[in-house]
Design a protein around this ligand. Structure first.
Ligand code: AMP
Length: 165
């Protein structure tokens, strides 16, 4: 079985729906197989400055190409964020045209500031788990005892506003 990398997409600046769809097209180029895509969700901001716009969130699964590592994939995700107009952040969790988080890369684990795998807060966030549950309901993130759907069921917060497509 080929390892799958799961990526969470978010945007709350500009034409977010279009940005997320275009970012998915770019992510397809990094995958050896057709991308597995969730629908787009509109969600309310979590841990963001007051007055932050709603987000459009989604998740995709890709099959990394030969030789790709978590580090090389993260570098490509950060390059894409910049391409979509992301600048160095001044305020924590300020509005951004595109945020790409590497949620998991097969069963790889990392624990550095540059890269934590699985992503540190993924299992606590509805805006990550909800789209992830559409494409990988039975995925168990390394270090978690429960699958994505089970984690989702345990959540009490309710950020998801509606499904966009
Ligand atoms: P953010 O503002 O959420 O995009 O945070 C990006 C920072 O988190 C970068 O400095 C990354 O090096 C770091 N980071 C650590 N683990 C991850 C991960 N799994 N996916 C994306 N960024 C990560």
């Amino acid at each position: 079985v080929q390892a799958i990398a799961y990526i969470a997409l978010g945007s709350n600046l500009g034409d977010s729906r279009r940005t997320v769809l275009r970012a998915m097209e770019r992510l397809q180029e990094l995958s050896g197989q057709p991308l597995v895509k969730s629908s787009l969700l509109e969600t309310t901001p979590v841990d963001c400055p007051p007055g932050s716009p709603n987000f459009v969130n989604a998740a995709v699964g890709l099959v990394p190409r030969a030789g790709e590592t978590p580090e090389s994939l993260l570098a490509k995700l950060q390059q894409l964020e910049r391409e979509f107009g992301r600048t160095a952040k001044k305020i924590l969790n300020e509005a951004r045209p595109l945020d790409l988080d590497l949620i998991a890369f097969g069963n790889e684990t990392r624990a550095t500031p540059e890269l934590t795998l699985p992503h540190l807060r993924a299992h606590l966030r509805r805006f990550v788990l909800e789209p992830l549950a559409e494409i990988a309901p039975n995925l168990v993130l390394a270090g978690q005892g429960s699958s994505v759907v089970e984690l989702l069921r345990q959540l009490t917060s309710g950020e998801v506003v509606r499904r966009l497509q």
